[in-house]
Ligand binder design. Structure first.
Ligand code: SF4
Length: 277
């Protein structure tokens, strides 16, 4: 059997035996609960469980308080991330059980994540800001390959890539168009941005935001009038507001209210940029 398959199957079997082990431990503790060793073990397990639960509650509580009071609470970031990583898969299962589509839950997660990033008042220099977009923004009939080099685009205006290049030129930020999550991670490692404005569908944005939770990411859902992964669109006004938030700490209304403004003129750019915080 090839090594890669062996690894996966081996870990699956190990996980299965770990579950059986936990079940046996539970049975042992219930059956012999009056024995001194059992009491110690029950105590230790109880303390561990309470500690993990308390940290998750701390993370979730901090997140709710942060959103409610409209202010950042840096000391709870780590625990909020942990709580989300632990509870999100469970939330997906519960959502499915109640007939809520995973995309709806993911879209809600993205809004909360955007709100938390916005509260942190992160400002970066233009060259450290990356706009990360999916290749499905490019017109399917376009013969020019832009995932290798964005400058291959002839800027004919037939797809959003033209507008994206114009916007990134105007603000001096980086634009990267990728063909998948692996490329996205590679680009982030190579270009080392300090903040990201990511355009993608619910699924890719959710996994991407969780993958790079060490970086502030504002997520913008793409529009898919022709279905998934085909000639997708992006609201340029939202994108520009997200860029301006990272460059000038301008609080974008759309994150809270869904209000979409108009694309701003170059003359409206602030003269002085806020430096990296
Ligand atoms: S703007 Fe035109 S040239 Fe550029 S990627 Fe889109 S279709 Fe191709």
């Amino acid at each position: 059997m090839p090594i890669r398959k062996r690894l996966f199957i081996g870990l699956m079997v190990a996980s299965f035996f770990a579950l059986i082990g936990l079940a046996l431990l539970g049975w042992y503790l219930v059956k012999y609960q009056n024995y001194p060793w059992s009491k110690v073990l029950i105590g230790l397990l109880g303390i561990t469980f309470l500690a993990v639960t308390a940290l998750i509650a701390f993370g979730i509580g901090g997140m709710i308080l942060s959103i409610w009071q409209d202010r950042a609470i840096p000391s709870v970031y780590r625990w909020t991330r942990m709580a989300v990583n632990v509870l999100f898969p469970m939330a997906l299962v519960i959502a499915r059980f109640f007939g809520i589509s995973p995309d709806r839950l993911k879209s809600s997660f993205i809004e909360v994540s955007n709100q938390l990033v916005r509260l942190r008042k992160v400002t970066v220099a233009p060259e450290r800001l990356m706009i990360l977009g999916p290749h499905c923004l490019q017109k399917t009939t376009c013969p020019h390959k832009i995932t290798l080099d964005i400058h291959n685009c002839k800027r004919c205006g037939a797809c959003p890539v033209h507008d994206l290049i114009e916007l990134t030129d105007r603000y001096g930020v980086n634009l990267t168009i990728v063909s998948g999550g692996t490329w996205a991670r590679k680009a982030i490692l190579e270009k080392r941005p300090q903040a990201i404005v990511a355009i993608a569908c619910e699924r890719d944005l959710t996994s991407g935001i969780q993958d790079v939770d060490f970086l502030p990411v504002l997520g913008i859902l793409n529009d898919r009038p022709e279905g998934p992964c085909c000639n997708t669109l992006v609201n340029m006004s939202r994108l520009e507001q997200a860029v301006r938030y990272f460059l000038y700490d301008e609080r974008a209304d759309w994150i809270n209210s869904g209000v979409i403004g108009t694309v701003l003129e170059k003359s409206a750019l602030p003269e002085r940029r806020v430096e990296v915080s």
